[in-house]
Design a protein around this ligand. Structure first.
Ligand SMILES: NC(=O)c1ccc[n+]([C@@H]2O[C@H](COP(=O)([O-])OP(=O)(O)OC[C@H]3O[C@@H](n4cnc5c(N)ncnc54)[C@H](O)[C@@H]3O)[C@@H](O)[C@H]2O)c1
Length: 252
């Protein structure tokens, strides 16, 4: 049980990588609170895991709305006590055009894919600083370092998350709070299926460039996140973990 006694707060935990993180962290002994805008999927997951005897709380909330986020965070604290670990996972890929994208669309996108890394830190750090312990894991992407045509401005958001990871890691280190990023490669979730499903042969082409010959499973990301949240990683901070099957080692 790598996470016994810990309370982990996960954003976007109802589906995909976030759901795998909720499953793995709760199976490893943590109390897990998670938020999502998908109420039906969130409640279904929480009911399933609670029925299996795990400590799980779901609160419907939009990570881009600070009132909703802070209310959900307060509910989580009142149920399981102070949050000891945060996973910033909620996010969406976007395929926009610098001329056509509106000012409003830009703000809405960065409000989901970047700003919450700061907002959850604002909520979680006071208690973590007090006890001089804590772990924050930001789910980033291979796009944080090298992106693809048609992904404007997703790459910028993920690069910004890496920058925030470093800023927080350096400033919070004196409180023994660790902050790390996990840069995922292609992981089979609804998120990626929405993109790949729109392009002919895209899944085959994506598999072809993978050094391991396949895309990743959400559980394969979750296991690394659990490690970073755990006391097995007490000297790991400010780092960016590639969990991409080797894809970022490859040149074009
Ligand atoms: N799937 C991949 O290949 C891949 C690769 C690299 C990085 N990522 C990153 O991993 C994270 C999860 O991706 P995924 O593929 O599992 O996505 P997904 O679309 O399958 O799941 C995302 C979850 O987040 C929730 N969500 C979305 N917006 C939200 C909001 N505003 N507030 C609260 N919840 C919200 C969704 O309802 C959903 O449950 C994202 O940050 C994504 O950028 C994914």
């Amino acid at each position: 049980m790598k996470l016994s006694g810990k309370h982990i707060f996960v954003t976007g935990g109802a589906a995909g990588i976030g759901q795998a993180i909720v499953r793995d962290a709760s199976a490893e002994g943590a109390s897990v609170s998670f938020i999502d805008i998908n109420k039906a999927a969130g409640e279904k997951l929480a009911n399933e895991l609670s029925a299996a005897g795990l400590n799980v709380l779901f609160v419907e909330a939009n990570v881009a709305d600070f009132d909703q986020l802070s209310n959900a965070f307060a509910k989580a604290v009142s149920k399981f006590g102070d949050v000891t670990g945060v996973v910033n996972n909620a996010g969406m890929a976007i395929h926009s055009d610098p001329v056509l994208m509106s000012d409003k669309e830009w703000d809405e996108f960065f409000a989901v894919d970047m700003k919450p890394v700061w907002l959850t830190a604002k909520l979680a750090l006071p208690a973590m600083r007090k006890v001089k312990s804590g772990s924050i894991v930001n789910i980033c992407s291979i796009h944080g370092r090298a992106t693809l045509p048609g992904f404007f401005p997703y790459g910028a958001a993920k690069t910004a998350v890496l920058g925030l990871t470093r800023n927080l890691a350096l400033d919070e280190g004196k409180y023994e709070i660790r902050v790390n990023a996990v840069s995922a490669g292609y992981v089979v979730t609804d998120g990626i299926n929405n993109w790949i499903g729109n392009e002919k042969n895209a899944a085959d082409e994506a598999n072809l460039v993978q050094p391991l010959g396949r895309m990743g499973k959400p559980s394969e990301i979750a296991k690394v996140v659990t490690f970073l949240l755990s006391d097995k990683a007490t000297y790991v901070s400010g780092s960016d973990w590639s969990v991409d099957g080797g894809l970022s080692a490859r040149s074009a």
